[in-house]
Design a protein around this ligand. Sequence first.
Ligand code: NDP
Ligand code: 8X3
Length: 251
Amino acid sequence: MKDRTALITGATSGIGMATARIFAKNGIRLILCGRRQERLDALASELQKFTEVYVLNFDVRNRIHVFEQIQGLSEAFSEIDILINNAGNAHGLDTIQDGSVDDWDAMLDINVKGLLYVTKAVLPNMIKSKSGHIINIGSTAGKEVYPKGNVYCASKHAVDAINQGMRIDLNGKGIKVGAINPGLVATEFSEVRFKGDSKRADKVYEGFSPLQAEDIAEIIWFAVTRPPHVNIADLTVMCLDQASSTIVNKK
Ligand code: NDP
Ligand code: 8X3
């Protein structure tokens, strides 16, 4: 795996940050992406003792910035072998009749269109080199729909469809495409969903042992270290206490 370069979106927190740490410790050259510059810089300085690190600050919704920044990468970082399409969040938890249109725009623009922009910017070099690995972070919310999850679930169902579509279109081009679909993971996800209401966010993970970001990062590492002929196409992972989006065994 040495001499590989990975671009990770959403590296400033949660699953993306944990993945960056595992990749760095295994010598993968890293391009860390996110909007919070101070977090990008802190992570870069933490990981620079293990590997070469470059940071890109863009909002995945801004297609001009996405293309400018990825196409402007220096030669040392421009050959991206692994793309982790991870940036995303839920915004709000409301019925369709009470939902905020701004929240809907955010989820569809970030989770769906942002993932597409980044992929489109990274793909040409993978196609040229006839190799690469794209991992799309989906969700159990992309496999089922739960009350008030409407648009977030729609965005993750779209990721599921895009993952399948990408795999079909890139078949025969030497590029692996697969999705990892986590259930409940204790990250900043719920804090973002509930707009900084940390008490409400903490309650989501109370009374059971949720997945941790590192659990998902280890699975991502497993996926990228399979032999060349093996592609993890679609993998759903939940904690022991979760059976579905709505069935969680809380004490
Ligand atoms: P976090 O909130 O901890 O991390 C989200 C990351 O996405 C941050 O690094 C954030 O960086 C980045 N991000 C958000 N919006 C944008 C944007 N507009 N442009 C660029 N980057 C953005 O959540 P998780 O680690 O849990 O989430 C990572 C992925 O995992 C998401 O796709 C989420 O849907 C998915 N997931 C999460 C689950 C969970 O229970 N936690 C379960 C299933 C899937 P910054 O704010 O610096 O831009
Ligand atoms: C995140 C998991 O159940 O909060 O995708 O939607 S859930």
